[in-house]
Design a protein around this ligand. Structure first.
Ligand code: ADP
Ligand code: ASP
Ligand code: MG
Length: 436
């Protein structure tokens, strides 16, 4: 059996619903369907999830949501109407508006996007509806509760031949709704696939698989036929937003492959994400590239740093005390740099600087912002010589200044730090170097 997840653009309107139904019905093995909230129908459109967040903000600002909320109702009602369904969700819509108006919480508001869409999809497909609230659990501290979820999800799935399950959310021990981070329906799909012991997790979206680069940055990048979980995790962590970076773990442990497919081009094979690739030779030296902005470097200098035992630990202690995780640690004899996400550093900048000064008495410590990181990922790099050199030449030929380099010890990736405004140019330069 297969678990299939459809993203927001795949369920944005009635026409997309029809495509989804014909995909699901084409294969009786497609038994469990995980659904997102309606996404964008055209590029300037607004996702229902974003509209729900907006409602929540409006209530916080004591604004009246009646009129704005009506647009959300209209999106769902037009889907129901155009599909010719005999299904009335007026009561549900009323209840949700009321709850949001009475401060039901940010996550509750956002989660209703997938909840309502899944109700409609279940009705349209003639499948059962399983509320994620009864099968996806979070701990008191807000972290996802893997053990309990797997146990309860398994029990519940056994009761159903065919079912739709909303993505993105679950429940806290006290009964309140909690969501994963944005794009989290991919995680729900993965959780369901493992609990169902699926042979395959199909993730249907609006591109024909995972592409070698972000199509919004590089023009018409080639699709990747096969990629390992580890390679994809590197890419998705670095901004290849086609699959949520945490969606890999549940299926990875169970050895279930993921197939990224295009709802608008159902015959394309898409990308297979697998555990090991001994049997798959990659066509190019690199599998893909991705990049993200918003990093800062904390540069610490101190003469004779190299002989001061515990120096690095003290700096990392300061970060830990401030709840900041680090991305990279490029170091020299008398210098140590720590790359962190600017977002996490921001509120604690002064505290971090003061603490570092106190703990290690450096000659200097400065923070530089505006760093972008890009990852060149590929299982083929271990065998091919000179890959790093090709990356650097491509960047210098494009006139790009490299601010940091870090090659993973597994030789699966090369991380390069560049100025934020150079990121798009850098990704294009590297893509052209390896794909001609
Ligand atoms: P869904 O709503 O189906 O979950 P997403 O918008 O979350 O879809 O993810 C698909 C989008 O990811 C694509 O439309 C594309 O713009 C973007 N994307 C970024 N990097 C890549 C990549 N390397 N390959 C494919 N898509 C990518
Ligand atoms: N609807 C949610 C979001 O927009 C979750 C998802 O689409 O996966 O982030
Ligand atoms: Mg997504």
């Amino acid at each position: 059996m297969k678990v299939v997840k459809f993203g927001g653009s795949s369920l944005a309107d009635s026409e997309q619903f029809r495509k989804v139904a014909s995909i699901v019905k084409a294969d009786p093995d497609r038994r469990f369907v995980v659904a997102s909230a309606p996404g964008k129908r055209f590029s300037s459109d607004v996702k229902v999830t974003d509209m729900l967040y907006r409602c929540y903000e409006m209530v916080r600002n004591h604004e009246d949501i009646t009129e704005y909320y009506q647009q959300i109702c209209e999106r769902y009602n037009s889907i129901i109407r155009d599909l010719g369904l005999n299904f009335d969700i007026t009561g549900e819509l009323e209840y949700i508006r009321n709850a949001i108006q009475h401060h039901s919480g940010r996550d509750f508001a956002a989660s209703r996007g997938e909840y309502l869409n899944s109700l409609i999809l279940a009705k349209f497909l003639g499948f059962d509806f399983i509320d994620a609230e009864s099968v996806v659990f979070f701990h008191e501290n807000g972290l996802y509760d893997d053990e309990k979820t797997d146990e309860e999800m398994r029990k519940e799935l056994k009761k159903h031949e065919y079912a739709v399950i909303p993505g993105f959310y679950g429940v806290m021990p006290n009964g309140t709704i909690k969501t994963f981070s944005r794009g989290g329906s991919d995680i729900t799909g993965s959780i369901v696939a493992r609990a169902a012991d699926a042979e395959l997790y199909e993730n249907w979206t609006d591109v024909s698989g995972c592409l070698m680069a972000d199509p919004r940055i590089v023009k018409d990048p080639l699709p990747i036929k096969t990629i390992t979980y580890r390679e994809l995790r590197e890419l998705s962590y670095m901004g290849a937003s086609v699959l949520h970076e945490d969606a890999i773990f549940p299926v990875r442990y169970a050895g279930i492959p993921i197939n990224i497919r295009n709802t608008n081009e159902p015959d394309a094979p898409g990308t297979m994400i697998v555990a090991s690739t001994n049997e798959y030779d990659s066509e190019h030296v690199i599998t893909g590239i991705a990049g993200r902005k918003g990093f800062s470097v904390i540069n610490v200098e101190k003469d004779m740093m190299n002989s001061e035992i515990g120096f690095g630990r003290k700096i990392l202690d300061v970060l830990e005390d401030n709840d900041i995780s680090f991305e990279h640690l490029p170091s020299g004899v008398d210098t140590m740099s720590v790359v962190v996400a600017t977002q996490y550093l921001d509120a604690r900048r002064e505290r971090v600087l003061t603490s570092i000064n106190k703990r290690v008495r450096p000659d200097s410590v400065v923070i530089e912002d505006g760093l972008a990181l890009l990852a060149v990922v590929g299982r083929g790099m271990v065998k091919a010589k000179g890959t790093a050199a090709r990356v650097f030449v491509a960047l210098s030929d494009a006139g790009i200044n490299i601010r940091m380099i870090d090659q993973g010890s597994s030789e699966l990736n090369i991380i390069v730090g560049v100025e934020e405004h150079d990121l798009e140019k850098a990704l294009n330069a590297i893509y052209l170097e390896f794909v001609k």
